[in-house]
Design a protein around this ligand. Structure first.
Ligand code: FE2
Length: 418
């Protein structure tokens, strides 16, 4: 078979330490061959010049239904999670499928241009119209030729926040949501929260779906739904198909409880997603000083061998008015907030927005740079993961399904001084 695209002198992460490069040949949307030197030609040949070629960024946690709505209908003045939920409740009153589709595709194009080709988005399923879910399911179909999108049915107002919400969740799964979501710490009582977690596992088994729960996204050290999620994962055996998102209260637990919990989590083998840009901003708002960071124990979870990925969570919405969708900004924030400043820790933060995210999304064989894999890869203006985070490197080429989807020139600096 003839190659359609040839990348010369690529630095793969696996050979970062040695500095050895490889050529990568692509044909029919797949990686055809990888070798130090390929004696073939192709209609398009790119000399990568020893720069880093990685599997694409994976956005493991975002809310595309609310993306690009900052200030609508009003600004979040307290900056808290709960005022954000109130504002979103007003904004979503006039949500339409078209409104969701337009903004979500705009946000996805923005992320794809920054090297993101796999995304898991939550869709609020607390409204009887299910406009957010229907919109995002339509987007999943519309972008499938260049982007893989997973949609989580997310009961923003609580699975038991109203009498209809549990039925709306089940309807969402019948419509085709990829995962069951939840928000146990926002339910009316602790009992409702526990009941919601059990219901989520029951539905996931009934419809054979993944699970991704907004879990303990609060500074309250008594918010302990993570242990309930872990216990359900252990008893059901679903661990690797289950994700606990945010778990910010874990950062406020006393160390004796945290140590006990860590043992349970290792048995459960859940995935974890931290969203450092958003949680450093939302949490700790009721603290004076010292003021908590409000981020889960990323370093300790990672050191325990558990799968941790990082998400952007919000792009210009009621919870976070900033954000461009750049996962290198997320990784850079994690380095700071989670004190992941060692060389291997910085590399791990890059992995948390790439391969670890792929594991969270259960992408398995669809992800990674190897012969026979789908040809999804990115070329960074950097020679290593460290340089990529250091410089928030430009993603020069985004290659999706074997085609160059986006090309971006790094900024050119001209020095006019002495
Ligand atoms: Fe979230």
């Amino acid at each position: 078979m003839n190659a359609s695209l040839l990348l010369r002198r690529c630095q793969l992460i696996a050979q970062e330490a040695s500095g050895q490069t490889v050529d990568i040949a692509i044909a029919a949307g797949q990686i055809m061959a990888i070798a130090p030197t390929l004696e073939i030609s192709a209609p398009i040949e790119l000399d990568i010049g020893g720069q880093l070629v990685s599997a694409p960024f994976v956005e493991s946690h975002i809310h595309l239904d609310s993306a690009l709505t900052a200030g609508q209908p009003r600004w979040n003045l307290s900056g808290t999670l709960f005022e954000g939920i109130e504002i979103w409740r007003d904004r979503k009153a006039d949500l339409t499928i078209e409104d969701v589709k337009t903004r979500a595709i705009q946000a996805l194009k923005q992320q794809a241009s920054l090297g993101v080709l796999f995304v898991r988005s939550h869709a609020d399923v607390s409204e009887p119209s299910l406009s957010a879910l229907k919109g995002l399911l339509a987007v999943r179909e519309a972008v499938k030729d260049w982007m893989t999108l997973q949609v989580v049915a997310f009961p923003q107002d609580g699975l038991y926040g109203s009498e209809t919400n549990a039925a709306l969740m089940e309807e969402s799964l019948k419509l085709g949501a990829d995962a069951v979501g939840g928000i146990p710490h926002y339910e009316l009582t602790r009992e409702d929260g526990v009941r919601s977690v059990h219901k989520i596992f029951e539905l996931a088994q009934k419809y054979d779906r993944l699970i991704d729960i907004h879990c303990d996204e609060i500074d309250d050290p008594q918010s302990r739904f993570l242990e309930v999620v872990a216990a359900c994962a252990i008893r059901s055996g679903l661990g690797p198909r289950v994700t606990a998102s945010h778990t910010t209260a874990f950062g406020s637990y006393n160390d004796a409880y945290a140590l006990k919990l860590m043992g349970i989590l290792q048995r459960a083998q859940l995935n974890f997603i931290a969203n450092p840009l958003i949680n450093i901003t939302l949490q700790g708002r009721t603290d004076t000083y010292p003021k908590r960071r409000g981020v889960t124990r990323v370093k300790e979870l990672w050191q325990s061998g558990l799968n941790v990925s990082l998400g952007h969570d919000c792009i210009q919405d009621p919870w976070y008015s900033l954000g461009t969708g750049n996962l290198l900004a997320v990784a850079e924030m994690a380095v700071h907030v989670c004190q992941m400043t060692g060389q291997d820790e910085i590399d791990a933060c890059f992995d948390m927005v790439t391969s670890h995210g792929a594991r969270t999304l259960n992408l398995q064989a669809d992800y990674g740079i190897a012969e026979g894999q789908p040809a999804n890869l990115i070329v960074l203006d950097a020679r290593s993961r460290y340089e990529a985070i250091l410089n928030r490197a430009t993603v020069k080429y985004v290659i999706s399904r074997g085609q160059v989807l986006v090309e971006t020139a790094p900024p050119a600096v001209t020095w006019h001084g002495e």
